[in-house]
Design a protein around this ligand. Structure first.
Ligand SMILES: Nc1ncnc2c1ncn2[C@@H]1O[C@H](COP(=O)(O)OP(=O)(O)OP(=O)(O)O)[C@@H](O)[C@H]1O
Ligand SMILES: [Mg+2]
Length: 504
C-alpha cells in the first residue's frame, strides 16, 4: 500500500470486435499530480479513461482508489467515487441552453422533487460570473463557438469537486488564452490534492504541465516515468516505435493557373473585404488569432454560412455558392473545424461515411457497383492510415484521430480541385501528422490547390507556399516563403489589435 497513490489501474485488458484496445495495462497516479498519457491515435487512451469513468467495463483487471479495488459501472458511480471526466469528443446537444447543459443529468431538485430552475439559474449565473464569461444562461449551445463550449465542459467537470479529473484532449479546441486559464486551474487543483490525468497530442503542453508521463502503444504501456526523466524525443520515439523525422515533407511543386479567386467577400460582423487567390499546386496558409475570422471566411466560401457581397471565381468562372452542394459540384471541399457537426455521421459505418457523398461515382449503367465502392473506400482508408477493424465498423467507435482521417478519406474520393483544411492535424498524433503533410504534398503535385488554416505556426511555415494573416475579420498581411517567420506572422496578426494574447 502506497499512501501517495490516488488511483491505480492494474492489469486492465479490453477488447472490442476486431481489436484488442488494452492489453494488461498497469500504472498509478499520485495524489496532487498531473499524469500525462501519450500515445498514437488508437493507442487505447480514451478507452482506458472510459473504463475509469464507468462507460466501458474492462474484460479483466482492477481499478483501485486509495489502493482499494472499486467497481465502477457507470459515470454516476464514478462521480460518487470522486472521478469526473472531460471528453475528447464534444458530445453536446446543440439545442440545450447553457444552464441546461451544465446541469443535465444532475438536476437540482426542489421540495416536491421538481426540478429547481431557480437554483439552476442562480448557480449558472454564479459560475459564469466567477469565470468571467459574458453569456446569458439561456443562450443555446449551437450559438456558441466550439472554444466556448469546450471551456464550459472544462468548468463543469471542475465544478464537481472531484479528486480525480480526467482531461481527454481538453485544449484541442480552445484559444491560447483559455489554455492559460486551464493551466492555472490545474495548478490550483493540484494544490488542493486533486489528481489529473491529462491526455494530449501537444508535446509542449505535456512537458509544461505534467509531473509524470505514461506512454501507450497499441494498447500496451511502453513506459512510465517522472517528467524530468523524459525528453520529447524519447516520448515520441516510444509512442511510434521508431525515430521520427521532425522536418516537414514540403516539396517545390510547379505552380499553375489561378483556380480560386475571392474578391471583396464580406459578411458584416464576421469579416470584411476579403481578397485572396489560390493557384494549382499551391498550399496557402491562413494564420491569425482564434476569432480573427479565418474559419468564418472559409465557411462562407464553402457554403456553410451566407455572405453578403463579393465574388468567388473558380477555374476562371464566376461562381455562386449558396450551399455546400454548390461547392462540391464546383470541385471544392472542406474539412471543417467542428467535425461532429459538419464532418461525419457518427452512427454510420466507415464505408458509408466515405462513400455517401460520392455515391454517384459508383452508380453507372443503372446500378450501384458495390465491389468498386468497397475497393475505393478501402484504398483511401489505407492511404490515410485509418485504424479500423474493417470498413463496416461504425465511425463513432473509432478513436478521435481516426474519425478525422475518415473525413479526409471521404473528401479525397470526390477528387476535388480545391481543398480547404481547417485545422487538419488537430487531434492527430505526431506520426499521422507527417502522413497528412505528405498527402498534402501529393495533392499539390496533382495540381490541386490547398488552403490550410492552422493555429500551429511551425506547421504553416513548414508546409505553405504563401500565408495570409487575418486580424479582426480582415486580411492584415500576406507573406511568401522568404518572409516566413513566427515573428512576421504575429506582427500582422496583432497589428490592428491591442490584445497581447498570441496563438502559437
Ligand atoms: N466502442 C468501441 N467499439 C469498437 N472499437 C472501439 C470502441 N472504442 C474504441 N475502439 C477501438 O479501440 C482502439 C483504441 O481507441 P481509443 O479511442 O482508446 O484510442 P485513443 O488512444 O484515444 O486515440 P486518439 O488519440 O485518436 O483519441 C481503436 O482501435 C478504436 O477503434
Ligand atoms: Mg482518444
Amino acid at each position: 500500500m502506497d499512501k501517495d497513490i490516488k488511483l491505480r489501474v492494474k492489469n486492465i485488458s479490453k477488447s472490442f470486435p476486431g481489436v484488442k484496445a488494452l492489453d494488461n495495462v498497469s500504472f498509478a497516479v499520485k495524489r496532487g499530480t498531473v499524469h500525462a498519457i501519450c500515445g498514437e491515435n488508437g493507442a487505447g487512451k480514451s478507452t482506458l479513461m472510459k473504463i475509469i469513468n464507468g462507460i466501458y467495463k474492462q474484460d479483466s483487471g482492477d481499478i483501485l482508489i486509495d489502493e482499494k479495488v472499486v467497481q465502477i459501472n457507470n459515470p454516476i458511480q464514478a462521480r460518487s467515487l470522486g472521478i469526473s471526466m472531460i471528453f475528447q469528443e464534444l458530445n453536446y446537444i446543440p439545442e440545450l441552453t447553457i444552464e441546461e447543459s451544465l446541469f443535465v443529468g444532475n438536476w437540482p431538485k426542489g421540495k416536491y422533487g421538481n426540478i429547481d430552475w431557480k437554483m439552476i439559474r442562480k448557480k449558472t449565473l454564479e459560475l459564469l460570473e466567477k469565470e468571467g464569461l459574458d453569456y446569458l444562461p439561456t443562450i443555446k449551445l449551437k450559438d456558441l463557438s466550439i472554444s466556448d463550449i469546450q471551456m464550459l465542459e472544462i468548468l463543469k467537470a471542475i465544478s464537481y469537486n472531484s479528486d480525480v479529473i480526467i482531461m481527454d484532449e481538453p485544449t484541442s479546441a480552445i484559444t491560447q488564452k483559455e489554455v492559460e486559464v486551464l493551466f492555472n486551474k490545474i495548478n490550483g487543483l493540484k494544490e488542493r490534492g486533486v489528481s489529473i490525468i491529462y491526455i494530449s497530442h501537444k508535446m509542449d503542453e505535456i512537458f509544461r504541465i505534467a509531473d509524470e508521463i505514461t506512454v501507450f502503444r497499441d494498447g500496451i504501456v511502453v513506459d512510465s516515468r517522472n517528467k524530468d526523466d523524459y525528453d520529447m524525443e524519447t516520448v515520441i520515439a516510444q509512442m511510434v516505435g521508431r525515430k521520427l523525422d521532425n522536418s516537414y515533407p514540403k516539396e517545390n511543386v510547379e505552380i499553375g493557373d489561378k483556380i480560386l479567386e475571392v474578391n471583396n467577400l464580406t459578411s458584416t460582423g464576421q469579416f470584411e473585404d476579403i481578397n485572396f487567390y489560390l493557384k494549382e499546386g499551391e498550399i496557402v496558409g491562413f494564420a491569425g488569432l482564434m476569432g480573427s475570422g479565418r474559419s468564418e471566411v472559409m465557411r462562407a466560401l464553402f457554403g456553410l454560412d451566407p455572405y453578403e457581397s463579393g465574388e468567388i471565381i473558380i477555374n476562371k468562372k464566376k461562381t455562386i455558392i449558396e450551399n455546400t452542394q454548390d461547392s462540391i459540384k464546383n470541385g471544392m471541399v472542406m474539412l471543417s473545424e467542428d467535425r461532429r457537426r459538419f464532418g461525419i455521421i457518427p452512427v454510420r459505418t466507415v464505408k458509408e461515411n466515405v462513400s455517401l457523398s460520392n455515391l454517384k461515382r459508383f452508380i453507372y449503367g443503372g446500378r450501384l457497383h458495390k465491389d468498386e465502392e468497397i475497393q475505393t473506400v478501402t484504398e483511401y482508408c489505407n492511404k490515410m492510415n485509418v485504424k479500423t477493424p474493417d470498413i463496416e465498423t461504425i465511425v463513432e467507435v473509432l478513436s478521435g484521430g481516426n474519425q478525422q482521417k475518415v473525413i479526409l478519406a471521404k473528401w479525397m474520393v470526390t477528387n476535388p480541385d480545391i481543398l480547404i483544411l481547417d485545422e487538419p492535424t488537430r487531434g492527430i498524433d505526431v506520426g499521422a501528422k507527417y502522413e497528412i503533410y505528405k498527402l498534402m504534398v501529393e495533392l499539390a503535385k496533382e495540381k490541386k490547390g490547398l488552403i490550410m488554416i492552422s493555429s500551429e505556426l511551425p506547421e504553416l511555415i513548414g508546409m505553405c507556399d504563401r500565408i495570409y494573416v487575418m486580424a479582426k475579420g480582415r486580411i492584415a498581411g500576406e507573406l511568401d516563403r522568404e518572409n516566413f517567420s513566427q515573428k512576421n506572422i504575429m506582427l500582422y496578426a496583432t497589428a490592428s489589435s491591442n490584445e497581447k494574447e498570441v496563438e502559437v
